[in-house]
Design a protein around this ligand. Structure first.
Ligand code: NIG
Ligand code: FE
Length: 418
């Protein structure tokens, strides 16, 4: 690691300032990108120490000739991207289910037959730690090739005390940001029982929660609040306990139906509320007033054949918007956050400036990681260099991994230096 300087970046995006919350502000105004032409960044250890034009930073190199120099050239230097919602820990493929959905079968019908989340629960439970860790590491490496250096990963394909703890251990061991998602579905072994649902809810709120606290790896919780998931009344006891324990709350809300999850998220002071394909204007106003970030997941909407959530409307009502992949084996088998930005701009009404914020700074804030997703002195040295001639290529050059290099906490984690 040591000290190194990235210089002569054609465009350096610092995202040093937040987007304006004023709905009348021009979304295409470039100022919130904090763009520096011919930019440079100086890194010491895992931190950014200086940011500016190459001319402004060159005196550091004269003072300390031991600083390694990397020429960025005609590319875009940006914060390492932040994927704030994924289910990257899974085993097996559900490509067959997708083929059925494309031919008209519904997600709910497949789940009712024992496919869907239950299929992934069976596969994960059968996989050993080494295989799961190796697959997760491979996914994270693929994400870095797309420029993503911070990845939130949920549990939720385990749904038993032992396997949820095992999942949290593997996620934390991979260097990802763990979120405990116990209320994803009723586990298959309890589904057929008359009191199975009630027993699972009691287990999560009680013994499973106790075990997660003892293990000490999870500081955030998620629940799937939706028609096919759980009701507000069902999740409330566990989420109330989570709030009392100081957990951050991130919620799946309104993927298929609006069952009041947005209002619950606002009243609990959730960190984020994710999906929102179905949400009322009232729900959006409550989110805006409570400062809850909407994490939108265009990959899931795309794969389910739904219309994309209307990000423009959310921004107009004062809601902060992040974009994430929702990478999972059922509804969003993509590892490309830049592709989500492309959907965000073309299909969801975001400007390119808002899309950059949605996959960096806003996403980091949604995870409570205020030292990531921006290039400012003191921030973690998470950086990505993209083979784009200009920042405007983000939604235009879609689908191809374009990160040339990525650094995570000052360590090169993608690409090779010449
Ligand atoms: O975010 N909606 C719930 N969870 C996932 C899908 C889970 C699955 O089908 O495996 C999602 O879309
Ligand atoms: Fe999800």
């Amino acid at each position: 690691m040591g000290r190194f300087c990235l210089r002569h970046a054609r465009e350096l995006l610092t995202l040093a300032r937040p987007l304006s919350g004023d709905p009348s502000a021009d979304p295409w105004d470039e100022a919130p990108l904090g763009l520096i032409r011919d930019g440079a960044v100086l890194v010491d250890g895992d931190r950014i120490v200086a940011v500016g034009s190459t001319d402004a930073l060159d005196p550091w190199l004269v003072k300390d000739p031991s600083i390694a120099v990397i020429e960025v050239g005609d590319r875009v230097l940006a914060p390492g991207l932040v994927d704030a919602h994924t289910h990257s820990l899974f085993a097996g493929s559900r490509a067959g289910e997708y083929a059925l959905r494309v031919r008209g079968e519904s997600y709910a019908a497949i789940a009712a037959r024992g496919g869907g989340i239950a299929a992934s629960v069976r596969s994960l439970r059968a996989a050993d730690d080494a295989a799961l860790s190796a697959q997760l590491a491979q996914h994270l490496a693929t994400m870095r090739a797309h420029g993503t250096t911070t990845v939130e990963v949920k549990t939720g394909y385990a749904l038993s005390i032992d396997d949820e703890l095992r999942s949290l251990g593997i996620i934390a061991g991979a260097g990802a940001i763990p979120t405990w998602l116990p209320l994803h579905a009723v586990p298959p072994e309890l589904r057929g029982l008359a009191d199975g649902r009630a027993r699972y809810l009691a287990c999560v709120e009680g013994p499973m929660f106790d075990a997660v606290l003892r293990q000490g790896l999870a500081r955030a919780i998620d629940a799937y609040i939706d028609g096919p998931g759980f009701s507000v009344a069902e999740v409330l006891p566990t989420l109330t306990r989570a709030k009392a324990e100081g957990f951050a709350i991130r919620l799946h809300v309104g993927q298929f139906e609006d069952v009041g999850g947005a209002e619950l998220a606002a009243s609990l002071g959730a960190q984020s509320v994710d999906h929102l394909e179905h949400v009322s204007a009232h729900g959006l106003d409550r989110l805006a007033a409570a400062g809850v970030t909407a994490v939108l997941l265009p990959g899931a909407a795309f794969s389910l054949g739904q219309s994309m959530p209307n990000a423009r409307q959310m921004r107009a009502r004062g809601v902060s918007v992040a974009l994430a992949t929702d990478f999972n084996p059922g509804t969003s088998h993509t590892q490309s956050l830049p592709l989500m930005a492309a959907f965000g701009v073309r299909q969801m009404g975001l400007s390119t400036v808002e899309a950059w914020h949605a996959i960096t700074r806003v996403a980091a804030d949604a995870l409570g990681l205020a030292d990531r997703g921006r290039i400012v002195p003191g921030a973690r040295a998470d950086l990505a260099v993209f083979a784009y001639p200009t920042y405007e290529a983000l939604p235009y050059d879609f689908g191809t991994p374009r990160a040339v290099w990525a650094w995570s906490g000052g360590a090169l984690t993608h690409g090779a230096l010449g």
